[in-house]
Design a binder for this molecule. Sequence first.
Ligand code: CMC
Length: 428
Amino acid sequence: MTDTAKLSAAGKDLDLKVMHGSVGPDVLDIRKLYAQTGMFTYDPGFTSTASCDSAITYIDGDEGVLLHRGYPIGQLAEQSSFMEVCHLLLNGELPTQDELDKFSYTISRHTMLHEQLATFYRGFRRDAHPMAIMCGVVGALSAFYQDSADITDPQQRMIASHRLIAKMPTIAAMAYKYSIGQPFMHPKNNLSYTGNFLQMTFGVPAEEYVVNPVVEKAMDRIFILHADHEQNASTSTVRLAGSSGANPFACIAAGIACLWGPAHGGANEAALNMLREIGTVDRIPEYIARAKDKNDPFRLMGFGHRVYKNYDPRATVMQQTVREVLGELGVTDPVFDVAIALEEMALSDPYFIEKKLFPNVDFYSGVILSAIGFPTTMFTALFALARTVGWVAQWNEMISDPEQKIGRPRQLYTGPTQRDYVALGDRK
Ligand code: CMC
């Protein structure tokens, strides 16, 4: 194993340290590059840059592998629960039964929102996108939970993390209730994390809500599949916001804003809208042709990934879950047939084969969420709910890293060089 790499730059020969992770590609340590050569590196979109070291999640995009703290996502999705995965991501290990009971209890004790927060919702238009409400309400948590805002205290960081994980279902469910004009439902802590979310979303005060165990399990699995994904755009946003010392609620609000975009978490909403627009199998070739056309901005939503150049392992589990949920609910959604046929056609098309474009986690999730009864606008809010644990785990890891510094990328400047100010009357 080599420990240095040679670089000749600016007339100097440098030995760059090579860093080795526990698995995955080696990394060149370029921290002293500017001091030694006066040069920066150029890497828009960070396609070749590791911004941190992390022991939480590992992805091998060529092999389609996703591990959380070493455990394959397929095993976690099949055999564990979202609460177990939250414990794993936050604390590094799967919980014992006793630890799981204590962790679930702690989370359940933080599910309620400050009553004053309910008045925030009333300031939004009824047709506001749930993600717009989530950005606003989660950011506003900083004003209500100032007692857990000391980021230098690990205990307070953990309380803030528990609060965020616990309150996101309440916040997301309230965004939905507000949009349809129904009363907000209080959390019921005798239900599971996921069952409680379903109750707050689909229950009404006039009736006792009965949680369907198949839907609860499917929803819990969807949460597991979205829980973390190493240094993706929204997680990097949370880390960057947190690197300045900003409070955790503000950092997670920043992550939510980033997740909203259609190239990231917004793809689940866009994917289902696209499948509905296609409508019937015979129209698929037209959309595949559009996706391949360089002059058409259209892309197959739910297809392709920066890191996976193979099947996204989350999409495999998601496709199985669609079948189970549709079967249990007795729903026959033509959109699922369109999705299966579109996947088949795209995966046998040279364009998608050459570019290694496969379905990602967002391709099938919308079909399940729609069958459960969520409107498309809620899809990305559900992603945000589930990703919160990943965000807080990564944020905690960053704050406790002794090498942590404020994130401050450099640039290749291409604007005008220095010139003198011209008085307004003299400008042409
Ligand atoms: N449909 C058609 N062509 C595509 C697609 C697509 N979905 N995705 C990538 N390509 C083409 C792209 O045009 C480019 O072609 P060329 O090399 O000829 O210019 C090539 O594949 C590489 O694409 P890129 O945009 O340079 O790759 P990227 O790593 O910057 O983008 C991506 C990754 C996920 C943003 C992109 O694949 C995409 O826009 N997919 C659709 C949106 C989507 O499903 N996003 C969810 C990602 S998974 C969940 C999450 O992260 O939130």
